[in-house]
Write a protein that binds this ligand. Structure first.
Ligand SMILES: Cc1cc2nc3c(=O)[nH]c(=O)nc-3n(C[C@H](O)[C@H](O)[C@H](O)COP(=O)(O)OP(=O)(O)OC[C@H]3O[C@@H](n4cnc5c(N)ncnc54)[C@H](O)[C@@H]3O)c2cc1C
Length: 404
């Protein structure tokens, strides 16, 4: 039986562990912290293909939305999977023009996208105030998941299929020898040996692999001014119900029901103000701004902030997933993706086929490390051995879209 060690128990590692263990592999899932408590816990987790370009990425995201739907039948339609659709509206001329273009494109591509009158939108979501002049779009095939219970459910499924879950309390290191990775070293000095190692370390993938000379082309979350960090706010009360039932994107805000009631809020322009040095005081100030924006679209919202947290997106520098075997570490497979909540179950199914059967999955062809030009190859600044696999970590590249 193939022994597989997966580093990282977010949505990517958890869905992969469930797939691999379900297929009969000997799986160990290792994480520094409790599964599902890093990026996957704070994600907006909008399951969508709404602003995914180019067409192959849109299509892959649509297939991932189907994958969720099919998988959830097998989970008995759990309450952490909420396929209630998405609603967006635009008010300024430029925003209306962009939303109209998006509606046209998505309809051309066969994606469920419907223009609503403001009155129809309020019939769907009675708590909302939608200006009479707004252009409103409904995306009925979309939804969201609550990340933490979703990860828990996949970890439970992996365990039921025989996987071991190791929570170390500190970062693991990866050791390499002549044939690739030789072990995962635990903080207590213990080691995990395997035939195959999989990196599902999210935004900290570079930190895990760079000591081996591997340069992963993702935006470094801890660089000053990095586009990876975000601020996410949870507000609650009164009562345990959320005032809305779906994902809503009014101008300058994204909101959806939060786990346990209330709302989860974020906004791109405020995310742009956050980096690794942002203080909690500033995060709280951004949280207040998000709450004011929510009050503007939900009149009478009597909510109070529960938490304002910084979190980090795993952002490959061109915005698209990175999947596949590492050329310089042939027993090691990498998955890191933005939009990981949408894509995880499909990426996991395709990656599991590649890991277990040794085949190349056509659908992953666009998401290989090899799409980065050879001229960009260069050793990591912290490399101990020069075994680069891809371009420098994106500091000279345009920032990828933050759209989820
Ligand atoms: C604010 C925000 C909004 C988002 N909105 C959406 C959205 O609407 N739709 C969507 O599809 N996606 C969205 N995303 C992106 C999505 O959440 C991520 O792509 C996804 O959660 C990544 O999952 P992951 O398993 O790769 O990472 P994580 O959940 O971060 O898991 C990685 C795990 O690896 C562990 N780890 C890392 N290094 C080590 C080490 N050395 N030793 C031990 N353990 C280690 C970490 O502890 C962590 O538990 C959003 C992200 C953010 C931050």
């Amino acid at each position: 039986m193939r022994r597989i060690v997966i580093v990282g128990a977010g949505i990517i590692g958890a869905t992969l562990a469930a797939r691999l263990a379900g297929a009969g592999a000997d799986v160990t899932l290792v994480d520094a912290r409790r599964p599902g408590t890093a990026t996957s816990a704070t994600s907006l987790a909008w399951l969508n293909a709404n602003q995914k370009l180019p067409r192959h990425y849109h299509d892959y995201s649509v297939r991932a939305m189907h994958e969720w739907r099919e998988l959830m039948d097998g989970f008995g339609r759990p309450d952490w999977y909420v396929p209630t659709g998405g609603l967006s509206w635009a008010e300024s001329d430029s925003d209306r023009r962009r939303l109209a273009e998006r509606l046209d494109r998505l309809r051309d591509w066969g994606y469920p996208a419907v223009e609503l009158t403001p009155r129809q939108a309020v019939e769907l979501e009675p708590a909302l105030r939608v200006p009479g002049t707004a252009l409103v779009a409904s995306f009925p095939a979309e939804g969201y998941v609550h990340g933490r219970p979703a990860v828990d459910a996949f970890v439970t499924r992996a365990r039921a299929a025989g996987a071991r879950v190791v929570v170390t309390g500190g970062d693991v290191l990866v050791e390499a020898g002549a044939g690739g990775v030789s072990a995962v070293r635990l903080p207590d000095g213990g080691r995990l040996d395997a035939d195959v190692y999989v990196s599902c370390a999210g935004w900290r993938t570079g930190r895990l692999l760079e000591p081996l000379g591997v340069v992963v082309p993702i935006v470094p979350g801890d660089a000053p001014g990095s586009s990876a960090p975000c601020v996410v706010t949870r507000v609650a009360g009164p009562g345990t119900h959320s005032p809305v039932g779906r994902l809503v994107h009014p101008p300058g805000l994204s909101l959806r029901p939060a786990l346990g009631g209330g709302l989860q809020l974020e906004a791109g322009d405020l995310n742009d103000l956050v980096d690794v040095h942002t203080t909690q005081e500033d995060l709280d100030r951004h949280g207040e701004t998000l709450l004011r924006r929510a009050e503007r679209v939900i009149p009478g919202l009597a909510a109070r902030p529960i938490e304002n947290v910084r979190c980090f997106r795993p952002l490959p520098v061109d915005g698209h997933p990175l999947t596949g075997w590492l050329p310089t570490l042939p027993n090691t497979y990498l998955i890191v993706s933005h939009s990981g909540m949408t894509l995880a179950p499909l990426l996991a199914r395709h990656a599991a086929t590649e890991i277990l059967d040794g085949t190349d999955h056509d659908e992953l062809a666009a998401y290989r490390l090899t799409r980065f030009a050879t001229s960009e190859l260069g050793p990591s600044p912290t490399a101990t051995s020069p075994t680069p696999i891809a371009g420098t970590a994106g500091r000279s590249r345009p920032a990828p879209s933050r759209s989820s």
